[in-house]
Design a binder for this molecule. Sequence first.
Ligand code: S3P
Length: 193
Amino acid sequence: MIYTLTGFMGCGKSSIGREVAKLAADFIDLDDAIVEREGRSIPEIFAAGGEAGFRKIERETLAVLLEEAGTGRHLLLSLGGGTLTDEYSRALVRGHCRCIYLRASIDTLVENLSEGGETDSRPMLAGAMSGAADAEARKQALRERIAAMMAVRGPIYEAAADHIIDIDGRSYDDIAREIMDYFSIPCQGKSQE
Ligand code: S3P
């Protein structure tokens, strides 16, 4: 069975996926797979083809990964924050995967994304803060951008989810264990620290 993690940028999809991978399932990060396949960074892909160009590459990579994964093992796949905004990718996930939405409040997302470099590597956010004069103005611009995007994406994440985990204030390890419990993924003799 293939399980996917979805949620807004900065909610911890990749970090939580790696926690689950320590305990049980194999783990693939879709963004990492895209970068490897393309031999370019995500900002470079956006610079060359915009969001539409990135979504095309994203959906092609997702299709290949799902085809290669088969059905015989537990695979956890963390999606990008915008993967499910694409109708074709959404249909792929619906047809092949169970989906967990890691739901975070806007406050948590602002905190997670305000730390050094988190927005520079994310073209969907980087431009929103370009005119801001200081750190406080940058944070406010980031908050407004996240709120506007979440108004569109929140219902998409919720509609796609088989299970929703509210992650505010919880450790990655704790969330990883809830994911495994929910899907009844047995530990595979890996570290259970
Ligand atoms: C995007 C999220 C990013 C990455 C790309 C676009 C988005 O992934 O796929 O920059 O549209 O939300 P993360 O959610 O892992 O940051």
